[in-house]
Each structure stands twice: as structure tokens, then as C-alpha cells.
Design a protein around this ligand. Sequence first.
Ligand code: FAD
Length: 337
Amino acid sequence: MYQTSEPRGESSVSIIGAGIAGAWHALLFAQAGHAVTLHERSDATMTESASHWAGGMLAPWCEAEASEPVISRLGIRSLDLWRQHFPQTPFNGSLVVAHARDRADFERFARLTSGHRRLDARALSELEPSLEGRFRDGLFYPDEGHVEPRRVLPQIHAAIARAGGAIMFNSAAEADDLDGIVIDCRGLFARDREPSLRGVKGEMIVIETAEVELSRPVRLIHPRWPLYVIPRGDGRFMLGATSIEAEDRGVSVRSALELLGAAYAVHPAFAEARIVEFGSGLRPAFPDNLPRIAIDRDHIRVNGLYRHGFLLAPALAELTLAYVARGEIDNEVVQCA
Ligand SMILES: Cc1cc2nc3c(=O)[nH]c(=O)nc-3n(C[C@H](O)[C@H](O)[C@H](O)COP(=O)(O)OP(=O)(O)OC[C@H]3O[C@@H](n4cnc5c(N)ncnc54)[C@H](O)[C@@H]3O)c2cc1C
């Protein structure tokens, strides 16, 4: 971290895009005393945003299996910010399980991640009684959490309003038309300014059953991609997520089979569950799959949150605020023009 430019006082800040990145920026800037306006081109349902489709896992230790150390560093800082600003956020940990045939991959996952402890079959069933007799052992990451995106986004939007910020839905904004500091959080829609962005499709399914109860996300080790079951309350579960280099918004038969198969492999009672929803979102990613805060005088672009928007948004917003307030620069994430 080093300092550049003179520290600045409170000023008017326009934020474009009310997904998880824009929402956390608006919240921290409004709480810091800036006059914040958050523009969102869609309505409050936000179905066009990647954030609407996300799992909402806050899992910096599990994610270390397939991502750079900066993701865990920022993710662990974000957990503090979630706890501080939204104390009701569930931090019940997360669980990783595998069937015997995927043993080698399970051991590899254990080696590449930290912050876990091994559970034998008895400890596993004490933690998640519905899984009794299903797995020989598991990995428990006690400090991880999860949020439900479709509930937490409106909560953040309400907190922005309480902090004095204005939110304008159905307001498509253009950075050059806005005065003061502009923070562009348009995700994949920012390709006019960030041509190297790409969309990475994530498919998900929501199912409903009263036969299984889970208190935390359960990841099933899978030879091709991490599949997980996240409890959503009221007997609903989200099954996620594929990771496909494609930008269409459909859900393929293959993906549906694999997602539903993963749920069935976690618990056969999921076979009787009702399917509530199929859907997919496009994760905004740079070629290195790392997030970036790009500073061009009063225009700041925050993008590339890829698979980690809910995990990273609080820490990224804090870094952007540290730059605006004190000229601080985090060398791993902030780039100046
Ligand atoms: C299936 C799936 C599962 C995922 N699971 C997880 C997970 O478990 N944990 C995790 O941390 N992350 C997860 N992610 C990743 C996460 O969803 C993304 O990283 C995150 O949503 C990106 O947020 P964003 O705010 O940058 O973009 P978005 O959420 O796409 O928001 C951008 C917003 O900008 C708005 N906009 C665009 N143009 C304009 C304009 N001109 N004016 C005003 N508004 C505009 C759009 O309407 C949109 O609402 C998952 C993603 C998917 C698809």
C-alpha cells in the first residue's frame, strides 16, 4: 500500500450498477459522508445482473483451491465487513464431501486449502444430521459464511438509503454525463470501457423439498467443476454452479443432469424434490480472472469480480474508498491510468 495524490474531502459520488460491487461501494461511500447516487438501469428485481443468480457463498478458504492468494486475502477482509455491517449474515461454515471414487480429488482439495478440520462420519452427522451415513468423512471450514443474494441485495440497498444515499432504478447512466467522482460497476455491461472483459456462464437450479435439512453450503467434489448445494430456507436449495466459457444464457441438458445428479449424490431424497427454477448468469471476468480497480482521474472502474463478487465486493469497496479518501493504492488490485 502506498499513497499518491492529495487526500480529498467528501464529494459527490455517482455509482453505476447496483449489483453486489456497486451496492457495497454505495454503502461505504455514503457511510463515509459522500453524497452518493447509485444508478441501476433495471428495476429492483435485478434479474439482468450476475449478482441475481449467484450462490452467495463467502468462502475464502475453499476458493483457495482454484484461485490466487489475493482472493483469499481480500475475501477474509470482506468477512469482517459482512459481519460488521450485516451482523445477521450466517457464518455456519461450509462442508466439503466426496464419494469414495473421488477420494484423490478430495485429498487434493484438503491439501490446497487451509482453515478446515477433518470430520469423521459421526462428527459429520452431528453437524448435518440429514447426511448421516452418506459420507465416510468431510472437511469443515468453520469460519465461512453465505448470503442469499436475492435477500441481501435489497438489504444493502436499504442500508444505502439509511446512510443518506439515493438509489435510482430504471436509470441507465453514462459516465461522461455525470459530475464528480464516478464509479463504474456495470459488470459485463462495461465492455465499452473494458474490452478484455468476458462472461463466464454459471448455471443454477433451485429445488424444494421438506425431506432434507442443511444448515450450511455443502460442496461435493466433482471431477469437472465444484458443485454445491446451498440451503435457502423454507425447504429450498440452490444447486450450483457450472463454469462455462460461453455467453448465452441458456441452461444445457448436460449441466442440468450434472447439477441434479450432484444433489442426488449428496442425498437421494433430493430425487423427490420439486424443481422451482433453472437459470444462469454471466460472471464478469478479465483474462487473468482477477478483480481490478482502475483509476482514471475522477473515473474509477471496478470490475472482474468473476466467481467471487459476494466474497470480494466489501473489501474492494473499502480499497476504492481508501484511494479516494487518502490516495492509498493496493498494488495487487488498483491500477492508475
Ligand atoms: C451461478 C453463479 C453462482 C455464483 N456464486 C457465487 C458465490 O457463491 N459467491 C460469490 O462471491 N460470487 C458468486 N458468483 C459471482 C458473482 O455473482 C459475480 O462476481 C458478481 O455478481 C459480479 O457483480 P457485479 O456487481 O460486478 O456485476 P452485476 O451483478 O452484473 O451488476 C452490474 C449491474 O450494472 C447494471 N448496469 C449495466 N449497465 C448500466 C448502466 N448503463 N446504468 C446503470 N446500471 C447499469 C446492470 O443492470 C447490473 O445490475 C456467482 C455467479 C453465478 C453466475
